[in-house]
Design a protein around this ligand. Structure first.
Ligand code: SF4
Ligand code: SF4
Length: 372
């Protein structure tokens, strides 16, 4: 069984051909509206060749460079979440029939989908969403249908954005599991490794050649470069300081003064999974559809309980988001809900930085502790 080889850039189109001949819908990165997004792709020409991204708090810019690499950008604006936990999901239709109502669950036909370009932090986020949607008491059939159809071709990051901190969460920059195939991009092509039986079968059909040792050494050097990150969470388990900070609202005021409660951070976060269910009826009232939609702890309605909005202020909303993500997840899912992708920092319209906020809270909580 072939496990690793060199695939020249010119042969990437053949990877697309093989996948499409096998009936896969190919999803991959492409530049759209000034950002790199995962979209359904027809050909390799739609990949963002030569583009690099520059990210900072509240800032994202693409720059065209002269090189011919396809995956030199760091992160897509959203991860895999919208492809599995879709922003809008019809769940059930109730129809008026003679003598009463008929209830029908919505079942979809989802084609096999191959996603190319997935990063380590996004695979870690996928594993977390799997825990939530598949491994609980009530597995989600819609997520499960999409998940079963997924083939994942990952790419190791050879750069880090200024917003990345996946080294401190243990989720990157290298892919450590969860993919079928992993690519390291070099100037002339890819070092390709099969990491599952499906990946091996795919690799065997590609026009690869053996990899001379220097390619491997060079890709290690490149990955070392991506490990140099400017941001880091103080610890992987932040339960102690965050539970201590929970009851002191003054500690949350400085971030609440800036937070617009827009919910962008939760929308781009690859692990956030909150939703609501809306009931939709056409004017003739003949049927009604239940639709699940993404929701966030920043919406008033999300904490509406028996005529009362429990979390109304920005202090309460931001505190809920951060404490759930970095502390309560440990109790629910045995690890933090953050994979260090940095999207919430980049796409926050006022540039609120989760790492800075955690560092500040930890310092202030420590300062309040009684001295011996
Ligand atoms: S909390 Fe922010 S950095 Fe962490 S996974 Fe979510 S979007 Fe990425
Ligand atoms: S932290 Fe930023 S992105 Fe999140 S709700 Fe507040 S303003 Fe919006």
């Amino acid at each position: 069984m072939q496990q690793s080889a060199f695939l020249p850039h010119q042969a990437l189109a053949q990877l697309f051909d093989v996948l499409q001949r096998d009936g896969y819908t190919v999803v991959g990165p492409t530049a759209e509206q000034g950002a790199i997004l995962y979209r359904q792709l027809d050909s390799v020409d739609q990949l963002p060749v030569g583009l690099v991204d520059h990210q900072a708090p509240g800032r994202y810019r693409l720059e065209q460079q002269a090189h011919g690499r396809y995956f030199d950008w760091v992160g897509t604006a959203q991860g895999l979440k919208p492809w599995l936990f879709t922003p809008e999901q019809p769940l059930m239709v109730a129809r008026e029939v003679e003598g009463g109502l008929r209830f029908e669950s919505v079942h979809e036909n989802v084609p096999p989908t191959a996603v190319i370009g997935v990063r380590g932090c996004d695979l870690a986020a996928l594993a977390l969403q799997d825990k939530h949607f598949l491994q609980g008491e009530y597995p989600d059939p819609h997520y499960s249908t999409r998940r079963e159809q997924l083939l994942l071709i990952a790419v190791n990051c050879h750069r880090s954005a200024a917003t990345c901190f996946c080294v401190s969460t243990g989720d990157g920059p290298e892919v450590t599991g969860g993919a079928d195939m992993v690519l390291d991009e070099l100037d002339q092509g890819f070092w390709v490794r099969a990491t599952s039986p499906r990946g091996s079968a795919l690799l065997a059909r590609l026009p690869t050649r053996p990899l001379p040792g220097w390619h491997k050494r060079r890709s290690k050097t490149l990955r070392k470069r991506a490990r140099v990150q400017q941001r880091a969470l103080p610890s992987r388990d932040l339960r102690t300081p965050l539970y201590q900070a929970r009851d002191d609202e003054t500690l949350w005021q400085s971030v609440a003064d800036r937070c617009l409660t827009c919910g962008n951070c939760a929308a781009v976060c690859p692990t956030c999974f909150c939703s609501r269910v809306d009931e939709e009826s056409p004017l003739d009232g003949g049927q009604s559809t239940q639709v699940r939609r993404w929701d966030t702890c920043f919406n008033d309605e999300h904490s509406y309980l028996v005529g009362h909005v429990v979390r109304k202020s920005a202090v309460h909303k931001y505190r809920q988001w951060l404490t759930h993500k970095l502390a309560i997840w440990h109790d629910q899912y045995d690890r933090s809900g953050c994979t260090g992708c940095g999207r919430c920092i980049t796409w926050c319209p006022v540039g609120i930085d989760i790492v800075e906020e955690v560092q500040r809270l930890c310092t202030e909580v420590k300062a309040q502790e009684p001295h011996e």
